[in-house]
Every structure is written in C-alpha cells, then in structure tokens.
Design a protein around this ligand. Structure first.
Ligand SMILES: Cc1cc2nc3c(=O)[nH]c(=O)nc-3n(C[C@H](O)[C@H](O)[C@H](O)COP(=O)(O)O)c2cc1C
Length: 338
C-alpha cells in the first residue's frame, strides 16, 4: 500500500545559492536561475512579461566606458540550433548607465549584476571603481571576451596573464562580488579559470559565445555586416557542459554555467557538471517565460527527488569536482588528497 505524505509535511526545497562565499559583501541568490547578459536588456524591458523579482538575479547588457551604438545591421541571424550575433556592445556607457538604471533597481529585491567590457585594463578598473558603491548594483560580471587594444586586439580572455591582469585590477578597484566570464575561444580554459581565481575572482561564469560565421550563398557575402558573430543556443551546449565539467575540477570558487539552456534537463546537466547556478540567454528571445518555468520545474524536480538543497546536486556527475560546495565528504576528500 502506498501511503502518501500530507502536503503540509513535504518540506519545500531550499534553492538558495551563495555565489561569492569568500566575499564579505556576499552574493546570495534565492534560486540558481539567472538571465544572461545581452539577452534580458536591463531587466526593465521584460518586467511586463516576466516576474523579474522571482529570478535568482539578472545580468545587465554589457556596459563599456563610453556609449556605443553597436555594429551595423544585419547583426543577428539564425543558424541550425542556434544564432549568431554581432550586436557590438550597444550601450549608453558607464556614466549614462549609472544615472539611468541602478536608481530603479535599488527598490528591487532581485540582485542586479552589471556586465562590464573594456579594451584596456585601466578602463576595466575605472568602471569597477565607478560602480563600487552605487546603490542597486549587487555584483560585477567581468566580460573578458573583448579585444585588448594594447595587445594588438588579442582577446583578454584567451591569455591567462591578460585575464589575470584584468581580474586583479578590478579586484583592487572594488569590493563588489566579481564573477569573471570566460571565453570558450581560449586554448586552455582551465588555465584561464585558475589564473582568474588566483587573481581574486569570487566566481567564474562560462561560456560566452563561440566565434562563428554564416554566408548567404545568393549574395555570396557573409550574412552579418560584421562578417563574424558569436554563436549561442543549443548548438553550443555540449561544449559549454564540457568546459564547466573541466573547470569544476580545477577551481574552488563557484561556477555559473550557461550555453544553450532551454529546459530543466539542460539546467540539471550544468548543475551536475559542477555549476552552482545557471544562466539562460538565447532561449529567452523565443520564450521569455523560460526563466520562471525553470525555477518552477527545478523546485518540483527537487521536491519529487528528495533533493533539499541545490548543493546536493552540484557536481554529482563529476567525480573530481572541487568547488566550495560540499557535495559529499568523499568527493571533497578525494580532491584534498589529489
Ligand atoms: C544578442 C546577444 C547579446 C549578448 N551580449 C552579451 C554582452 O553584452 N556581454 C556578455 O558577456 N555576453 C553577451 N552575450 C553572450 C550571452 O550572455 C551568453 O554567454 C551566450 O549567448 C551563451 O548562452 P546562450 O546559449 O544561453 O545564449 C550575448 C549573447 C547574445 C545572443
């Protein structure tokens, strides 16, 4: 005979995650579901159709030192199981941004994470200083997938030393929780992750888009005016899961995983690979409700499977997982010995 438990006795799972356990300013989020940078505007744009306050946090569109109007059109195109974008970081610049958005976010209960991009180490530091004590800003996400103009345009995020320099400069400029967003274009993403952890990152986030291209065979020209663009969506998911899995074996700070997530199973893959939280980008464009659906589905899945906290599933598919989240004594001990 099956005896069902009265609803009142079923404990609701705890979806809380701490993304900056080593930082006194903390980044405790009420659930691990976060819209990705560039795919959720500044939060306001979606507030009429998504209950933004239910999200774990949200990440702003990438901000740069000066205003940018972005690349010429066309700057997005669909590809099999994904999309290419070359928006070109259209944004109002750090000063215009600070005047406009954080005063609105200040009254929100959902933490706002500001994504910053720059072409010099000094500009990264300048933006971090400007944002350090702005009410309404909970944390920074440092996008190192941008060209370093002092290194001939070579991407910061492809080189461990340059990635560490940016991280250290931002660390010295602010006490805000800092998530460094890694590029999948790096030859060795593990080396980059370790470099930014050593330089003071509170967490890492991966992956950003992969550089791609599509050609219109009728015009015989690249489809995007910029020629190349960033590939995102389901097409990149296996690459992202693999990178999260590898990085989770190499760093002890929390990992935020993303790349092609559009349903519960995708999200669970990232958590089980070793991510403490997940972000959703491309899927938001076709289904803005995906974020709330993921929170509800994860809550329901945890309840049904007797999983009480997110940390119970983080890294369970990864025998050499070594993040700060204690999954089981066995895993922690194995790493301590290795
Ligand atoms: C239209 C668009 C704009 C983006 N803008 C940014 C940005 O400003 N800063 C950033 O770090 N990543 C940006 N990204 C990358 C996403 O945040 C995310 O890393 C990537 O799309 C992979 O996730 P997904 O497959 O869920 O979209 C952008 C992606 C898209 C599709």
């Amino acid at each position: 005979m099956v005896v069902s438990q009265p609803a009142s006795e079923v404990l609701a799972p705890d979806l809380t995650v701490d993304l900056a356990p080593n930082n006194p300013r903390e980044l405790v989020i009420r659930n691990p579901v976060i819209p990705a940078s560039g795919c959720f505007g500044y939060g306001l744009e979606y507030s009429g159709i998504v209950d933004v306050q239910r999200l774990g946090a949200f990440v702003s569109k990438g901000i740069t030192p000066k205003p940018r109007s972005g690349n010429p059109m066309p700057r997005i195109t669909e590809t099999p199981s994904g999309m290419l974008n070359a928006i070109g970081l259209q944004n109002p610049g750090i000063r215009g941004f600070i005047r406009k958005y954080p005063p609105i976010w200040e009254s929100w209960r959902v933490p706002a994470i500001v994504n910053i991009s720059a072409e010099t180490v000094e500009d990264f530091a300048m933006m971090a200083r400007e944002l350090d004590d702005v009410p309404g800003v909970a944390a920074l996400e440092v996008n190192i997938s941008c060209p370093n103009i002092n290194a001939g345009g070579f991407c910061f995020g492809w080189d461990p030393d340059m990635s560490a320099q940016v991280t250290q400069a931002v660390r010295e400029a602010t006490t805000l929780p800092m998530i460094v967003k890694l590029s999948p274009g790096a030859v060795d993403v593990i080396e980059i992750a370790q470099a930014v952890e050593d330089a003071g990152a509170d967490a890492v986030c991966l992956i950003n888009t992969l550089v791609g291209m599509a050609i219109d065979t009728r015009t015989r020209r690249p489809i995007l005016a910029n020629n190349t663009g960033g590939l995102s969506g389901p097409a990149v998911k296996p690459v992202a899961v693999r990178m999260v899995y590898q990085v989770a074996q190499a760093v002890g700070i929390p990992i935020v995983g993303l790349g092609g997530i559009s349903n519960l199973d995708d999200a669970l893959e990232f958590l089980m690979a070793g991510a403490s939280a997940i972000q959703v980008g491309t899927a938001v464009f076709s289904e803005p409700g995906v974020l709330i659906r993921l929170i509800d589905d994860l809550t329901e899945w945890m309840t049904r499977n007797g999983v009480h906290t997110v940390s119970e599933i983080v890294g369970v598919a990864n025998p050499r997982f070594r993040s700060h989240v204690s999954v089981s004594a066995g895993y922690t001990d194995e790493v301590a010995e290795g």
